[in-house]
Design a protein around this ligand. Structure first.
Ligand SMILES: Cc1cc2nc3c(=O)[nH]c(=O)nc-3n(C[C@H](O)[C@H](O)[C@H](O)COP(=O)(O)OP(=O)(O)OC[C@H]3O[C@@H](n4cnc5c(N)ncnc54)[C@H](O)[C@@H]3O)c2cc1C
Length: 345
């Protein structure tokens, strides 16, 4: 499940979304048995690993460009309760964050790290690694073991003036957040809602960025030299003053067969970058060049600025995807701003 509970199932399949369990269980593709689709000519078709598998693997991660998914058969996972046994490990720097994330991969189904993206030098990459496992029904004592989530508790009723979230204010916020956990390791039983969907607690959280808004920027890089590449990225972002209050690190396991699926075995870093001046987008495009060199990629579901040639270098199965698209949508009826910008359509 992605980091918000509001997306539709169609949107999740079209982006082949990943959760905090990708290192252990893969993306949503691993749970999809079949898809029922309306194609560009109005006909309907069922695709799966056994029938029309070319369409199936082009649709998982295909950003809606192969047809309209109107039904999906999923294999669900039985969980023993609505609660997660969480272990939070406070890390002092990037090396420790990476070490904790990789060393605990085989012990925990869920793993995600919040990174203080504003630190440089020896504190660069410090944060909290949140590991999780489903709790048994008996563990949430005095609580309904399958209690479902309620409404978000807080709301941002209006756009904050742009600039309130600046490097200084965010540094203070991040320091308070980092130090709120005193011990290095803290165990807790938490409901699935705050564990999986912390941002959903604040309705309209995007307004915190003001009317100019922000860009979500998520990249994945292979394990080989991924830790060094991301450390370099975090340093450049902090020095550029492109403060990202929200920096999230996860680890990916093997990729799915989705032709345009994002996850590759390695680290993934997701950032929210406030759009403050005209230098931000060119700066991020420079970072994309580094990602290409590192054989990494940018997540299409969050992208608004990727350039054609970088996209083609990041997604080596693009040619196969285009061939499947031509087969099922020869007149290119399914298209988007993203597909036009990236030269898919
Ligand atoms: C706070 C936040 C946290 C997030 N965390 C994660 C995360 O942890 N992991 C992750 O992988 N993603 C994450 N995302 C991204 C999100 O999961 C994807 O963008 C997802 O695709 C959104 O789904 P949607 O229903 O809103 O689709 P939309 O944004 O409406 O559409 C997304 C794409 O899906 C296509 N699509 C939608 N419905 C259909 C359909 N029925 N048939 C065919 N195509 C369709 C659209 O054409 C479009 O290309 C996060 C997003 C937010 C805002």
């Amino acid at each position: 499940t992605p980091g918000t509970k509001f997306p539709t199932l169609g949107g999740c399949i079209a982006a082949d979304v990943h959760g905090k369990n990708h290192h252990a269980e893969g993306s949503i593709a691993a749970f999809v048995e079949s898809l029922d689709m309306v194609l560009a000519d109005g006909s309907t078709v069922r695709c799966s690993r056994n029938e029309c598998d070319d369409l199936f693997w082009a649709t998982l991660g295909g950003m809606g460009l192969t047809g309209f998914i109107y039904a999906a058969t999923l294999r669900l996972k039985k969980v023993p309760s609505a609660y997660i046994r969480q272990r939070a490990i406070k890390t002092a720097n990037w090396a420790e964050t990476c070490r904790v994330c990789t060393e605990t991969q085989h012990e925990y189904t869920y793993s995600v790290a919040w990174i203080d993206g504003l630190q440089t030098g020896r504190k660069l990459g410090r944060g909290h690694v949140l590991l999780g496992e489903h709790a048994d029904a008996r563990e949430p004592k005095g609580k309904q073991p399958f209690a479902i989530h309620g409404e978000g508790r807080w709301a941002v009723p209006f756009f904050l003036p742009s600039g309130v979230l600046n490097a200084k204010s965010l540094k203070v916020f991040n320091a308070l957040y980092y130090h709120r956990q005193v011990r290095r390791v803290a165990d807790a039983l938490v409901h699935y809602d705050p564990y999986f969907y912390p941002l959903d607690a604040v309705r309209g959280w995007n307004r915190l960025y003001g009317r100019r808004g922000f860009l979500q920027y998520q990249i994945a890089v292979p394990y080989a030299d991924g830790a060094e590449v991301i450390a370099d990225l975090l340093g450049r972002i902090a020095r550029q003053g492109v403060a990202s209050p929200l920096a999230v690190l996860k680890t990916f396991g093997p990729p799915s067969e989705g032709l345009l699926s994002f996850p590759i075995a390695g680290y993934t870093l997701a950032l929210d970058i406030p759009l403050r001046d005209s230098g931000t987008i060119p700066f991020l495009r420079e970072l994309n060049k580094t990602i290409v060199e590192a054989k990494g990629r940018v997540y299409l579901a969050k992208d608004a600025i990727l350039e054609r040639e970088d996209f083609a270098a990041m997604y080596p199965q693009l040619r196969q995807f285009k061939a499947v698209k031509r087969k099922y949508d020869p007149e290119c009826r399914f298209r988007s701003c993203l597909s036009d910008r990236l030269g898919i359509t």
